[in-house]
Design a protein around this ligand. Sequence first.
Ligand SMILES: *[C@@H]1O[C@H](CO)[C@@H](O)[C@H](O)[C@H]1NC(C)=O
Ligand SMILES: *[C@@H]1O[C@H](CO)[C@@H](O)[C@H](O)[C@H]1NC(C)=O
Ligand SMILES: *[C@@H]1O[C@H](CO)[C@@H](O)[C@H](O)[C@H]1NC(C)=O
Ligand SMILES: *[C@@H]1O[C@H](CO)[C@@H](O)[C@H](O)[C@H]1NC(C)=O
Ligand SMILES: *[C@@H]1O[C@H](CO)[C@@H](O)[C@H](O)[C@H]1NC(C)=O
Ligand SMILES: *[C@@H]1O[C@H](CO)[C@@H](O)[C@H](O)[C@H]1NC(C)=O
Ligand SMILES: *[C@@H]1O[C@H](CO)[C@@H](O)[C@H](O)[C@H]1NC(C)=O
Length: 739
Amino acid sequence: VNTSLESVVHGANLYLVQPFLKPQTTALMATGNVLEVCGNKLLVLTVATEETDGFLRFMQSANYFNYTVKVLGMGETWKGGDVGRSIGGGQKVRLLKEAMEALADQEDLVVLSVDSYDLVFSGGPEEILRKFQQANHKVLFAAEGLIWPDKKLAEKYPAIRSGKRYLNSGGIIGFAPYINRVVSQWNLHDNDDDQLFYTKMYLDPLQRQTLNMTLDHKCQIFQNLNGAVDEVLLKFGTDRVRVRNTVYDSLPVVVHGNGNTKIYLNSLANYVPNTWNYELGCSHCDDDIVDLSQLKYPNVLVGVFIEQPTPFLPEFFKRLLTLDYPKDKLNIFVHNNEVYHEKHIQKFWQENRNVFNTFKVVGPEENLSQGEARNMGMDICRKDATCDYYFSLDTDVMLTNRQTLKLLIEQNRKIIGPLVTRHGKLWSNFWGALSLDGYYARSEDYVDIVQRKRVGMWNIPFMAHVYLVKGSALRNELKERNVFVLEKLDPDMALCRNVREMGVFMYITNRHDFGRLISTANYNISHYNNDLWQIFQNPVDWKEKYIHQNYTQIFTENYMEEPCPDVFWFPVFSEKACDEIVEEMEHYGSWSGGKHEDKRISGGYETVPTDDIHMRQIGYDKEWLHFIREFISPITLKVFSGYFTKGYSIMNFVVKYTPERQAYLRPHHDSSTFTINIALNNKDTDFQGGGCRFHRYNCSLNSPRKGWSFMHPGRLTHLHEGLPTTNGTRYIAISFIDP
Ligand SMILES: *[C@@H]1O[C@H](CO)[C@@H](O)[C@H](O)[C@H]1NC(C)=O
Ligand SMILES: *[C@@H]1O[C@H](CO)[C@@H](O)[C@H](O)[C@H]1NC(C)=O
Ligand SMILES: *[C@@H]1O[C@H](CO)[C@@H](O)[C@H](O)[C@H]1NC(C)=O
Ligand SMILES: *[C@@H]1O[C@H](CO)[C@@H](O)[C@H](O)[C@H]1NC(C)=O
Ligand SMILES: *[C@@H]1O[C@H](CO)[C@@H](O)[C@H](O)[C@H]1NC(C)=O
Ligand SMILES: *[C@@H]1O[C@H](CO)[C@@H](O)[C@H](O)[C@H]1NC(C)=O
Ligand SMILES: *[C@@H]1O[C@H](CO)[C@@H](O)[C@H](O)[C@H]1NC(C)=O
C-alpha cells in the first residue's frame, strides 16, 4: 500500500475523492493511498478533455466508492473525432500510452481504463479486483453483443458457448505492465479508431496468448448497454442501487451507456449507485446548492411565450407578478403570437411596466415562428453577459409556488425544470424516456415521478413549458444560437435534442409542488369572457377564478345564513364571476323585455315574466348545469338533508331590474323543487332597493350581497316577490332546479 501516489501519478490531474472536491480545485491532490486487495492495487485511468456533466457524474460515482482516479487529457483539444457517430477515439489510446510509460514496472498495480462521459460505477474497487482475479487473465476487455467498427472481423473472433462475443474498448482492466504492452503498440493518429486497434490485437492469436487477454463475456465487471437494455434491471438495496444483468445473473460494476444508450444510462444513473433509493430518497439533491441568502440575487431574463390562445392569461401574469423574487432583477421578454391576447398584455403592461427591470413585448405583427421567437428570447440572455439565468415560461404553466424561481436557482444545474402536471392527469412537462424515433416513451418511473411518489431531481431526455437555463451554459455549451430550430422537429424537441447532443444534462425536479399545466385545447375565443367557459377543460383554474374565496367554508365551518325559514344564504361566486357574467349578458344585449309571450320556453307563454337572457342564449347552459352539479348540489345535500338533486334545470337565466324597464316581480311560485338566486352586483353602489320577500313568513331579504346565492324551495311554501329596484341596475342569476 505504501507506493505513495506521487510515484504513480505525476503531471496529470488526479481526482481524489472522499469528500467530493470540485475538480477545478483538486489538481494533484496526491495524498491518499491506492486501495490494495490481495496484494494488488487499483488505479482508474480515464480520458476526459472537458468536465462535462457526464464526467462529473462519473467522478461522483467514483468518489462514492473511493476509487483512485487519474484523469488524462483534461483541457486538451479533443481530436479523436465524433465517436458517437463514427470511428475515432485514438486520442484516448495515445494518452493512455503516455500515462502507462511511468507505470510499466508496477507489477502489483491493476489499471482500469474506462470512458467517463457515459459511464458510472455501480460497485467498488474491492469487488472489481476480486472479479478481475477470478477472471484469471492479465488483461480483460469489456464485451458486447454488437460488433463495431468492422463487421467483417466477426468470424475471426474465438467461438464462445455463451455471453457477449465482441470487444468493447470502453472498459479495460489489467496489470500495469501488460496494459503498457498493449498500448505501447499504438502508433496511429488521434482520430483513428481505438476499438479497432484493440480488436485487431485481441484477434491476433499470438498476441491474445502472450498478453493473456480475454473478454468479460458475461458482464461480471463491465455492462455495455448497447444492445442489452432489455437485459438489465435496477436492484434496490438499502443504501445503494445496482444494475443486475438478468441474462447472466451478474451484478456488473461498470455501467457504460455506449452507442445510443446514453439516455438509458441517464435514467439508470438517476438511481445508481446511490442517487436515489427508497430508504434515503435523493442523496445528491442538496449537493452544490446555491445559497441565495448569501448572494446578490442573480439577474434573470424571463421569456414568456404565448403561442396559442391561452385561458387564464391575466391570472398567469398575476402569478408572474407575485413570484417571490426581487423584481429589479427580472427582465421580461414576452412573445405573443395572438392578436386576441394583446388587450391582456396591454393591460398588464400599463399597470406593471415599472415593476420589472425591463419589459419587452414582441407581438403577432412580427410574424415570428415559435422557434424563432424562442431563439430570440434565449439569445437576449446569451448576448448579455450580465444575464445569469434564462427562465423560459409558457403561459399554460400556472406556477402556484411563489418560490419556484428561487428553488430552481438554488439547485445550481445548467438546465432544470420544475415538474408541472395537468390536474388529475398523468400529463406533465417532461418525458422519462424516448422512443426510437425520438418521441415520447414512458419510463418505468414516470408515473411515480409525476405523482411525487419518488421525489428528487431527475435527469431526463425531454422537457418543455418551463425551465431555467444558466446564462453561462448559453454562452458555452449552448452557444449555438439556433437551438430551437432543427430539421422538422417542434422547437422544444429541437432544444432538447441539441442539449442532449451537447452532453448537457437536463433535470426535472419534483422536490416541491410547483404548479400545474393548463389545457389550451379547444379554447373558444369567440365569447366576450372566454374563461367562463373553461369549467370543463380547466376546472381548478376555473374554480380559483370564479368561485368565492369562502365557498369551502360552507362545509368546513357552516359558513352560511338562514335569513328566513328554509331560505339558505351562502357565498358562491367571486366578484370576477359576477362581473363577467353581467358583461357577457350585456354584450349579448337581447334582453327579453319582460313580456308574457316568450318563444324561448315551451308553451310560449310566461305568467310571471322577467326582463332576462337565458344561459342557453349565450351558449352557456352546459357549463351552467355543470356549475350547479359541482357547486350547488353539495349545498343542497347539506341543507335539505336526504334530498339528492339531479342538478337538472331548464330555466337558467340572468334577470335585469331597473326602474326604467322592469323594477320588480309580483308574488309567485317557481316551477322548481328549489331555486337559486345569485346576486351579481352590489346594493348601494350599483343599485338601490331590490331584495326578495317571502310572504308565508313575512320575511324579506333586503340586502343582497354580490356573489352570494340564496336557495329556497320552489313550488309550495315559498311564495315570494322581487322587491322594486329604485335606482341603478340590479342583476341576478336564477335557476329553477329539478322542475
Ligand atoms: C470511502 O471512504 C470513507 C472514508 O474513508 C468511508 O467512510 C466510506 O465508507 C468509504 N466508502 C465506501 C463506499 O466504501
Ligand atoms: C493467463 O494468466 C493466468 C495467470 O495470471 C494463467 O493461469 C492462465 O493460464 C493464462 N492464460 C493464458 C491463456 O495464457
Ligand atoms: C408569416 O410567416 C409565414 C411563414 O413564415 C408566411 O407564410 C406568411 O405570409 C407571413 N405573414 C405575414 C403577414 O407576413
Ligand atoms: C365557439 O363559440 C361560438 C359561440 O358560442 C360557437 O358558435 C362556436 O361553435 C364555438 N366553436 C367551437 C369550436 O366550439
Ligand atoms: C372570507 O371570510 C373572511 C372571514 O372569514 C373575510 O375576512 C373575507 O373578506 C371573506 N372573503 C370574501 C371574498 O368575502
Ligand atoms: C310583517 O313584518 C313587518 C315588520 O317586519 C310588520 O311591520 C308587519 O306587520 C308584518 N306583517 C304581517 C302580516 O305580519
Ligand atoms: C341613483 O344613482 C345615481 C348613481 O348611480 C346617483 O347619482 C343618484 O343620486 C341616485 N338617485 C337616487 C334617487 O338615489
